[in-house]
Design a protein around this ligand. Structure first.
Ligand SMILES: O=C(O)C1=C[C@@H](OP(=O)(O)O)[C@@H](O)[C@H](O)C1
Ligand SMILES: C=C(OP(=O)(O)O)C(=O)O
Length: 463
């Protein structure tokens, strides 16, 4: 016993036994359903809290990041209740929007390591009367926050650090006065698309709406901004994004809604990657048509890596070939750790570009991927905006996850192809997929029990 019960970090389990990543002794052959999208769940939670009436989220994600968002919005005055639903991974959510009467004069917001909470919630805190103190996991204090803090200050909202100075990162306190005038705002969102999404999500609730302009190096993860704009339009907000790097959000109400959350296509990635790493087949039923999720890119990325990829009747089927083809992969955003793991198993050299901002993700992902791939005997190198990964024979070893769910799942992919890989702190996958270890084991068990080429039984949630 360390007596450190106060720490609520699932990734604090440095001392927990390493997870022996299952080695694929034969090609996987499985059908998998994954839990709901983190990005969609947390966006619609925010929109429901800001809406003019009650909302319902069907089949939302239940994970650490969504729990932190729920807790934060409750602190600011939203009522969020679990109700039975037909989602396979947990209840639906009913949300009554923020009611300022019932909130504490000082709200305390734990952001954990969730980018969506630390970026999306401070502008909402500006709309209430009272102060809101934001902090998070130790590493959360390293994640870029300056842009959102400066944006709030430019909008006339007081934000102070622990020492009373202007902070550039967590922790900080937002002093809400009950309204924000809005209008024209210039930011540099080159460190994260979440700065843009955060301001767009709340812009309709500013008295004058928002005319947001980005100036600086390119904004990364543009798919996530498109997701925000699409979600806003779905709930009746008028957004003009016709001019690159400019977004105009008209002031007005956000409609209460009833929204089903798509499964998380980024988190489908490691399972699809298993088809390539083992030369087997993975099927994902319910693949959404016309999605805004960046994970839809798996269809082209995995085909470029030599897999046979087909989407028929809503089922995405990926079959790995005899080798994983190397290639050049640009702007893979949050898919990059999974892509990098596959590149470490590929037959030639690969280049990942347009992902310099991953240095500000859950951990410095470029450094972490290089260190962990090379620890297993690989040949990876950082560039200014990405990675170069050359073929090398990998060996057994411990993959460190740095409290990063996608580093942990990258370790699992490597372990399928390399015998004797262990993953330190697999529990950190709870950030977005608490069921990961069981789903992974089920995927392999299904492959083992099925005859070659036979349809695997459906792997999904435990009922
Ligand atoms: O808005 C979102 O839901 C996200 C935006 C992206 O952030 P960055 O722009 O910082 O990459 C992505 O990587 C993150 O996982 C989720
Ligand atoms: C970057 C990620 O998360 P966050 O929402 O915390 O930024 C991620 O999930 O890959």
């Amino acid at each position: 016993m360390t007596g450190s019960a106060a720490t609520a970090l699932p990734e604090s389990s440095e001392a927990a036994p390493h997870w022996p990543a299952p080695f694929a002794t034969r090609p996987v052959n499985a059908t998998i359903t994954v839990p709901g999208s983190k990005s969609l769940t947390n966006r619609f939670l925010v929109l429901a809290a800001l809406a003019d009436g009650p909302s319902r989220l069907r089949a939302p994600l239940h994970s650490r990041d969504s729990a932190l968002m729920i807790q934060a919005l409750r602190q600011l005055g939203a009522t969020i209740t679990e109700v039975p639903g037909d989602g396979a991974f947990g209840p639906d959510l009913e949300i009554s929007p923020l009611s300022h009467e019932a909130t504490p004069s000082q709200a305390r917001i734990d952001c954990g390591l969730a980018g969506t909470v630390m970026r999306f919630v401070p502008p909402i805190a500006a709309l209430r009367h009272g102060s809101s103190v934001f902090d998070g996991d130790p590493h959360a204090r390293n994640r870029p926050m300056g842009t959102i803090i400066e944006a709030l200050r430019a909008l006339g909202v007081a934000v102070a650090g622990e020492d009373g100075e202007t902070p550039a990162s967590l922790p900080f306190t937002v002093e809400g006065t009950g309204e924000v005038r809005g209008g024209h705002l210039v930011i540099d969102a080159s460190a994260s698309s979440q700065f843009v999404s955060a301001l767009l999500l709340v812009g309709a609730r500013f008295t004058e709406g928002l005319r947001l302009e980005h100036v600086g190096k390119p904004v990364p993860s543009l798919d996530h901004i498109n997701m925000t704009v699409t979600a806003l339009r779905e709930v009746g907000v008028s957004v003009d994004d016709s001019v690159p790097n400019h977004w105009v959000v008209a002031p007005g109400p956000i409609r209460g809604f009833d929204q089903r959350i798509e499964q998380d296509l980024s988190n489908a990635g490691p399972f699809l990657a298993a088809a390539l790493a083992s030369g087997g087949t993975v099927r994902i039923p319910g693949w959404p048509v016309g999605t805004t999720q960046v994970g839809d890119q798996w269809r082209s990325i995995l085909a470029d890596m030599g897999a046979d990829v087909s989407l028929a009747d809503g089922v995405l089927t990926v079959t790995g070939g005899p080798e994983i083809k190397s290639g050049d992969f640009d702007e893979t955003s949050e898919l990059a750790p999974t892509v990098a793991a596959l590149c470490a198993l590929a037959s030639g050299p690969s280049r990942l570009t347009g992902i310099g901002h991953l240095r500000g993700h859950e951990t410095d992902r470029l450094a972490a991927l290089v260190t962990e791939i090379n620890r297993l005997g690989g040949d990876a190198e950082e560039t200014s905006d990405g990675l170069v990964i050359r073929p090398a024979k990998l060996h057994a070893g411990v993959v460190h996850s740095y409290a990063d769910h996608r580093m942990a799942t990258a370790g699992a992919i490597l372990g399928l192809a390399v015998e004797g890989v262990q993953v330190q702190d697999i529990a950190t996958t709870a950030k977005t997929m608490p069921d990961f270890p069981r789903l992974w084991a089920d995927m392999l068990a299904q492959g083992q029990s099925a005859d070659n080429g036979a349809e695997g039984s459906d792997v999904g949630p435990q009922h």
